[in-house]
Design a protein around this ligand. Sequence first.
Ligand code: AMP
Ligand code: MG
Length: 484
Amino acid sequence: MQLSRIYASLPERFSAPLSPAPFRNPQIVTLNEPLARELGMNPDWLRSPAGIAFLSQGLRPDGGAPVAMAYAGHQFGHFVPSLGDGRAMLVGEVTDRSGRLRDIHLKGSGPTPFSRRGDGRAALGPVLREYMVSEAMHALGIPTARALAALTTGESVARETMQPGGVIVRVASSHVRVGTFQYFAAQGDIEGVRILADHVIGRLYPELAEAENPYLALLEAVTARQADLVARWMLVGFIHGVMNTDNMSIAGETIDFGPCAFLDAYDPAKVFSFIDQNGRYAYGNQPDMALWNLGRLAEALLPLLDSNREKAIEQAKDALMRFDGVFNDTYLVGWRRKLGLAREENGDARLTGRLLTAMHRGDADFTLTFRRLGDMVRTEQTDSLVTLFGPGSGIEDWIGDWLARLGREERPVEASYTDMQTTNPRIIPRNHRIEETIQSAVAGDYAPFHRLVETLSHPFDDAADGFEVPPAPHEKVMNTFCGT
Ligand code: AMP
Ligand code: MG
């Protein structure tokens, strides 16, 4: 394993060195062996006492100190100048098998100088939730932080009740956030913003170093990646839950899984997160909120764009204007594929919109609608789809129009079928399943967790294990909690 200290070597004010304390009895719940090998790590070593100390408390084999990263952030619209890793640490960067640098980051590893009144710990439930959802996102082909391991600590943490403590080891292209730029900008530390921007360009966007204005190019590139990311979330019905600027990665990956959830029945106003009482981060608001966050990034970068503030603002506005174009491209291409369409027709966006209206009116399950639409291409039976829709949805009319549209595809229906069944998952991490799994694990039975992780790793397969079934009314999860 090649472990660097690149971020930790930036100036002192970027992070705080930690000397992590051991847990009472750390044990691996699950180790992602394929990912470990991809990172050039030996799974047997990771399971050894030294490996477990590395995974649970960030004890580096070379004795170097892990760090807590400094950052600020807008939380639900309110600026907090100093947040930082309060229960997380960056152990270092590994060079993976393809030569790419990846952060090794622990969550739940103990207090840091940024913990404020928090205990620096994580409960096992949210750790397992993050493990399941981040690996499910990866299997769905969505840019995301990965999960390398989940551990129990042998200690209890005090939440609403006492709960078993846990640690998640996550792997991302970077843990620099929009809020990291805000941290320096808010202190008027333009040099800090510049050092951070150069670090990010060097690591994540090396091709931009040659651009005429690399910092403007950086804003454009991050805008494009975020637009693409959020479009992909929308296409699978994912709700991040807490899109604060400190939870939005500069690399354009899904990070900081808190009270995230997938839609069951389609509803654009759907919110799960208990802490989001005003629906700021509702499913349908996510594109707007991503763009709002990018506006905060633009503000932080302004002094680097041009010494003339007016000019800098104009440039930043132009960069942010690209959001809609990239979002709509990914979104429309994605929708066509979801509907089995390869040709482009002007009416496609409208056809999509009408399906969503029918789904909303008919309270139809998001995931099953598309899966059964795909089945219909083969079976030509509409019943299994129509039964997903409540009365007055207008789905029958829509099906007629869609079949007519499909008829204008200049390719065999089998090709549409294949496209649909490889883009519309059968298995998503349904909230009721996750909750059920967590409850079993907290009670000491990890078998359902392992089964669900395994099932989520091939979301497009047609196995008959019942994991695709939406919640019965009494099983519906109304709220998700951070629970951290
Ligand atoms: P998050 O909910 O992960 O976006 O966290 C928001 C901020 O609160 C970050 O600065 C975290 O480090 C901090 N935080 C959350 N939970 C804890 C905790 N249990 N102990 C210390 N800091 C925490
Ligand atoms: Mg966070």
